[in-house]
Design a protein. Structure first.
Length: 580
């Protein structure tokens, strides 16, 4: 079936006919395309033989009899007009985060996700594997692309496993079984319950620590030797391993589970893991972890500009406003509190005479204007509904049914909100990040990025084809993206645009994890920290790169820009950094 030409007429088993339009498209991968119809997701295979290979009929029957709240399972077949099965339909997972995003320090920092949340999530993921095994099923390829996390704070996080195509029921192995290399058990021929638990261990270890258990720098191996290190059992527990400060401490893992991780990754054991809530002190001893990898010259000046005391800063907006965990907003220039009770996912921009604060509330948005003269906060009424707020530098947008709509505030006798320009986008197939959208148009990837004062570009980027974007950030004439490829490796894609945003140059390279730590300044200078004791300053448009060694530079310094200043959060405090 050609999914790229016009509307697609299908029949949902037990429900009736349905017409799928281009705007219903969500994503296209190696096996099929995902569409959304209200609260239902449909998977339509690109190759008809996949229906047989993936045992679609058997899985529909199995999951009708064996339901689990954390499994997004097939509910019925999708048929073409001739009655042939071409896919299946299931519940659509809304308001979820790809689990790879949960690995990052940036997500933890801005969402209050902590170790207790991690253990709760991991225990529920453990229950998914136990459920499968108790029903004579194997997950086979439960990698990080197949998990979403549902957050309804203050409720507990819940996992959703969304891809059951690779599941094998009652040892009925299909003609072809593919598995992502990064979660494959290279010590076992074939698949069994132990290989499922190994894959579970790889994914859940990253929830705790933020890095794959066979990453980090180790003498005798190159940075891309993941498969060989898995075969050699040379994990992050190996003596002499070197990890950046951004990698979270092993002490965050509960004792019995720590022992299981070490035995599994370092010694090749294959057993059922304990619950994260099993009590006890770890018996295993990890090898020495080295953190410093370069010498220092002391070429940078660091200045603390806000002390968190008992209320940590979690975000800094380019207008110089800091968001605290309590929901307070602080003007860094005056050190004064300007608002309170802001959402942790709010956006703040500077406007005439003050600041505009916006927070999603369901499909509605709560807006407030803060007067810079007296710091008085005024709620603003605005009827436009949407799905997500997007901020690019000091411009604010709302994703609506029509596309990406700019929100404008003007102060006359009083502050008034109005609708600016709207740019059409495929809202179901576009993921929104920090100032940039990434659109999957039937497998062809585009970036949607605002620029200048009132423009927005949509540009085809072939280098993103086949990648699942995890994090991204945009600034003046520059976008950086980290995505996961089909082998389970993280790839960084950097795009540099010409002045008119008609064309871009792309650079791609491998990276150890999905943490994206970069400040993009309006003057077209970027500052990033990839390894401890080294800050990299580069100009994308000219290619000039300056690497500065300094003993105070650490990968746990979370970088932001305050206009053209480089600032960062460390231990909840705000610092500025500049060259001497």
């Amino acid at each position: 079936m050609d999914l790229t030409k016009g509307n697609i007429k299908v029949v949902l088993e037990g429900r009736g006919p349905l017409t799928l339009r281009q705007n219903d498209h969500v994503a296209t991968g190696g096996e099929g395309a995902i569409f959304r119809a209200s609260n239902t997701a449909l998977k339509i295979y690109l190759k008809p033989e996949k229906v047989v290979w993936n045992d679609v009929s058997g899985k529909i029957t199995f999951f009708k009899a064996n339901k689990h709240n954390f499994i997004v399972a097939p509910q019925g077949a999708v048929l073409d007009l001739g009655g042939k099965i071409i896919g299946y339909y299931m519940e659509f997972v809304d308001n979820g985060e790809p689990i790879a995003r949960v690995f990052t320090n940036a997500f933890r920092n801005r969402s209050n996700f902590n170790n207790k949340n991690a253990s709760i999530l991991i225990e529920k993921m453990r229950q998914i594997v136990e459920f499968a095994h108790s029903n004579n099923a194997l997950l086979i390829d439960a990698n990080e692309l197949g998990y979403f996390v549902i957050f309804n704070f203050p409720k507990e996080p819940e996992p959703r496993i969304i891809d059951v195509d690779s599941w094998v029921l009652e040892n009925r192995f299909p003609p072809q079984v593919a598995i992502m290399p990064s979660i494959r058990d290279w010590h076992t021929n074939g698949w069994n319950q132990g290989t499922d638990w190994f894959a579970w261990g790889v994914v859940t270890f990253q929830v705790y620590i933020g890095i794959h258990p066979y990453k980090g720098t180790l003498d005798g191996y190159k940075s891309g030797d993941l498969e060989q290190r898995m075969k050699d059992n040379t994990s992050v527990f190996s003596p002499g391993i070197r990890l950046n400060q951004a990698v979270r401490d092993f002490s965050e893992i509960p004792g019995p589970l720590f022992d299981w991780y070490m035995a599994t990754f370092q010694q090749g054991d294959r057993t059922i893991p304990p619950s994260p809530f099993d009590t006890g002190i770890a018996r295993a001893q990890a090898g020495q972890i080295l953190r410093a990898v370069t010498t220092a010259t002391g070429m940078l000046v660091f200045e603390k500009i806000h002390d968190s005391v008992n209320d940590q800063v979690i975000r800094i907006f380019p207008c110089g406003v800091a968001l605290l965990k309590s929901g307070k907003l602080i003007d860094l220039a005056t050190k004064k509190q300007i608002a309170c009770d802001a959402s942790l996912e709010c956006e703040v921009i500077q406007v005439q005479g003050g600041w505009l604060v916006a927070s999603m509330n369901g499909n509605n948005v709560n807006y407030s204007y803060i007067n810079k003269a007296n710091f008085k906060q005024e709620s603003l009424n605005f009827a436009l509904t949407g799905y997500k707020l997007v901020r690019y530098e000091n411009r604010l947008f709302l994703v609506t049914d029509r596309g990406l709509t700019e929100i404008i505030l003007r102060v006359l006798n009083k502050p008034i909100l109005s609708i600016g320009k709207t740019w059409g986008v495929m809202i179901n197939s576009t993921q929104w990040f920090d100032g940039v959208g990434i659109q999957d148009a039937m497998g062809a990837m585009f970036v949607i990025v605002p620029f200048d004062d009132s423009a927005c570009a949509q540009i085809r980027v072939k280098e993103l084809d086949g990648l699942k974007p995890v994090v991204a950030k945009a600034g003046n004439r520059f976008v950086t993206i980290i995505g996961l490829d089909r082998s389970g490796n993280y790839q960084k894609v950097e795009l540099t645009f010409d002045a008119s945003y008609q064309n871009c140059k792309a650079w791609t390279g491998a990276t150890d994890n999905p943490d994206l730590n970069i400040a993009i300044l309006p003057k077209m200078v970027c500052v990033t920290i990839v390894q401890d004791r080294e800050m990299v300053i580069f100009v994308p448009t000219s290619g000039v790169i300056n690497k500065i060694s300094d003993k105070q530079v650490s990968t746990n310094m979370i970088l932001f820009n305050w206009e053209d200043k480089v600032v960062y959060i460390q231990d909840g405090n705000v610092w500025s950094v500049r060259m001497k």
